[in-house]
Design a binder for this molecule. Structure first.
Ligand code: CA
Length: 339
């Protein structure tokens, strides 16, 4: 039996029906307060004739809201007559986490974006991964997984793709990233080449479909600037795929492309205490430059622990909460890339 057939989740929508359908994917979850009930994961399908399919996902991490707002706006406004093909909208992928406004699920502590390909007999979060990997992604030609920094991180809003050793796939994904039209975009180092990437983007890569992601800001808030970037990007992805006509394209800004590589791009807290950043988001920094200090206000006479950047780069992401534990990610950098 295929993993799709073993998925215990039941979509209320018919993915092959014409027109606009709204409803829920039913995830049956028997608990004390609801013996025969289901968790209702909202889904919208807009279809008009033959053509490519785009799958737009947000709420993979439940404390990232920019994508959720963009997909609410799209779910209300996208009409079948405007498109050729199909758009599937999943705004609260990890529904229990998104309802709780948390990165992970309050039911099983599951981080959906570390759970792919999931397990049809597993926890709630593992079952959600299965329906995305084995039911939704196979329907799609292109997938957009809309993230931001969540509660603990802030990004300069950007779009991203995962680098791949497959040159043809890289060229197709780079074209998609250029079409997205965000002012900043980055290419992540890519997986370990073993096909075991446990993120949603890893699932898209396993299926051989195109994937573009975002990091739209964060700190548990929505900004008009980030919304403009993601709404324009989604529209332009639909135009790029031929689902919307060319005249619907919104001209983007010139994109600055960055690479995000290995460990030297990341700065982690060397100690637990209060984080004092020494640079701002969007700054350009040099190898050896002081990145920040950890202070110990409980013994204020103790020297602060200073730490430095391990390479040159652009400050793409920074931690927001001041209180910090050893091992927390405090910054990550990007470096200018040819594209
Ligand atoms: Ca995220």
């Amino acid at each position: 039996m295929s993993e799709a057939a073993r998925s215990r989740l039941i979509p209320e929508v018919d993915f092959n029906a014409e027109g606009k359908q709204t409803g829920f994917i039913r995830l049956f979850h028997s608990v004390h307060a609801s013996a025969y009930g289901f968790i209702p994961i909202p889904i919208v399908v807009v279809k008009n004739g033959e053509g490519p399919t785009a799958l737009f996902v947000s709420g993979n991490h439940g404390d990232e809201y920019e994508g959720q707002v963009a997909l609410c706006n799209l779910a209300r406004t996208l009409e079948p007559s405007a498109i050729k093909g199909r758009v599937i909208i999943l705004p609260m992928a990890n529904f229990p986490a998104a309802m709780a406004g948390k990165r992970t699920s309050p039911i099983d502590e599951g981080n959906l974006n570390r759970t792919f390909p999931g397990n049809p007999d597993g926890t709630v979060t593992q079952q959600i991964a299965v329906v995305i990997e084995h039911v939704l992604i196979p329907l799609a030609d292109v997938v957009c997984d809309l993230h931001s920094g969540g509660s603990s991180l802030m990004y300069v809003p950007c779009a991203l793709i995962k680098r791949t050793p497959d040159d043809k796939r890289h060229a197709q994904q780079l074209a998609l990233l250029k079409a997205f039209g965000s002012p900043l975009a980055y290419m992540s180092g890519g997986g370990n080449g073993t096909g075991t990437d446990s993120t949603l983007m890893g699932g898209v890569e396993r299926a051989g479909k195109l994937a573009v992601g975002t990091e739209l800001g964060g700190t548990g808030q929505v900004t008009p600037a980030a919304l403009r970037i993601v709404e324009r990007g989604l529209r332009n992805v639909l135009v790029h795929m031929g689902i919307l006509p060319k005249k619907m394209r919104i001209k983007g800004e010139e994109t600055r492309f960055l690479d995000v590589g290995g460990a030297e791009y990341f700065v982690y807290a060397p100690d637990s205490g209060v984080f004092e950043p020494a640079v701002e988001l969007g700054d350009t920094v040099k190898k050896g430059q002081v990145a920040g200090r950890i202070h110990f206000p409980e013994t204020p006479w103790a020297p602060a622990t200073e730490f430095r950047f391990a390479r040159d780069g652009f400050v793409l992401c920074k931690r927001v909460p001041g209180r910090t534990a050893r091992g927390d990610c405090l910054f990550h950098l990007g470096s200018d890339a040819a594209a």
